[in-house]
Design a binder for this molecule. Structure first.
Ligand code: NAD
Length: 341
């Protein structure tokens, strides 16, 4: 008798990077698995070839899964399981049209990402990375400098959160612990955060004018592309810091360079960049008032493992014909209804 497990085992998936062991085990016990062995992303031409023959793809945010890739998918291809909460690298419309399920890994990385956003905020305010470079370069000569490397206070200051969703709210909880005044701007009101954390909804312009720290937690969408442009950076306080752990293109880097060198704002902390990896010659990297990180906000050992396992579980559900727990394009259910409850 052919049972459903046998059928599932015959399914082929392509995984665009080696995932943590726990996730790989889950995949191997369910599917025939092929993995891209390199650390660099696979070329688009390879993705186009693979989607013709496999049943599912497990991807990272570095893969450009555009209309061309999706159009190439064979009729057996059912889903893309992304190991990230953001999915701006996938053409969702094209996937939905073709009946392809797309999933992400929300929730499990919320607190880890918020920890990093807050770490970056503190590092920028108190010049931690700059101080490290200073000491290691042998520049520390005065035993204790009354005016040496002075920073900005964090406690009791005003934080402005752009995008009060999961990660933005987790940042707000940390800010509350630092006795900060919390302002937020979002396209939706978050009444729970207003009640529980005392977060105050304000128009974006007010947030930019009043906040000492502006931290960005919106997804990358056409409406958030270059949200922080020259005009909005100019609205910020001269002593304010900008923190971006969302997606690089939400900030116009050329405008930010001007803001930091012409003194419109005090400093910035960037985990994400318009192009990743950012060019070593990016002028922002030459500035002492920029603290840079290589897109590692969700990068704790525990969280990356959870994300990978979640992505594997999403793929198992897709290929079993169930509605996966973290389906992003819900409209796809009308195009390809689930086979099972
Ligand atoms: P979420 O969906 O819970 O929150 C996003 C919030 O942004 C929502 O409240 C939404 O209403 C709001 N929003 C959407 N468009 C807006 C606009 N035009 N103006 C103002 N607000 C708007 O998502 P999340 O889990 O908090 O993640 C947010 C983003 O963080 C992800 O999309 C991802 O790109 C990024 N992220 C980065 C890392 C990293 O490693 N740096 C890790 C995780 C997530």
């Amino acid at each position: 008798m052919v049972n459903s497990l046998t059928l599932l085992n015959q399914r082929k998936i392509y995984v665009t990077r080696t995932l943590p062991e726990e996730a790989m085990k889950l995949l191997h016990s369910n599917f025939e698995v092929e993995v891209w062995p390199d650390e660099m992303p696979p070329p688009k031409s390879l993705l186009i070839e693979k989607v013709k023959e496999v049943d599912g793809l497990i991807s990272l945010l570095t893969e450009q899964i555009d209309e061309e890739v999706i159009k190439a998918a064979g009729p057996q291809f059912k889903g893309i399981s992304q190991v990230a909460v953001g999915f701006n690298n996938i053409d969702l419309k094209a996937a939905t049209k073709k009946g392809i399920y797309v999933t992400n890994t929300p929730g499990v990385l919320t607190d880890t990402t918020a920890d990093f956003a807050f770490a970056l905020l503190m590092a920028v305010a108190r010049r931690v990375a700059e101080a490290d470079r200073y000491v290691k370069a042998g520049k520390w000569k005065v035993p204790w400098g009354l005016m040496m490397m002075l920073g900005q206070d964090v406690w009791g200051k005003t934080i402005g959160i752009i995008g009060l969703g999961r990660i933005g709210s987790a940042v707000a909880r940390r800010a509350k612990g630092m006795n900060m005044k919390i302002l937020y701007y979002d396209v939706y009101r978050n009444e729970q955060a207003e009640t529980e954390l005392g977060a105050k909804y304000v128009p974006l312009e007010t947030l930019l004018k009043e906040a000492d720290f502006v931290t960005i937690h919106v997804p990358l969408l056409p409406s958030t592309y270059h949200l922080m442009n020259e005009e909005r950076l100019k609205m910020m306080k001269k002593t304010a810091c900008l923190i971006n752990t969302s997606r690089g293109p939400v900030v116009d880097e050329k405008a930010l360079y001007k803001a930091l060198t012409e003194g419109w704002i005090w400093a910035a902390g960037l985990d994400v960049w318009e192009n990743e990896p950012t060019d070593p010659d990016n002028p922002l990297l030459k500035l002492d008032n920029v603290t840079a990180a290589p897109h590692i906000a969700s990068g704790s050992i525990a969280t990356r493992t959870k994300m990978a396992v979640m992505a594997a579980e999403n793929m198992v559900a897709i290929l079993e014909g169930r509605v996966p727990p973290n389906l992003v394009n819900k409209e796809v259910l009308e195009v390809r209804p689930p086979e099972k409850e």
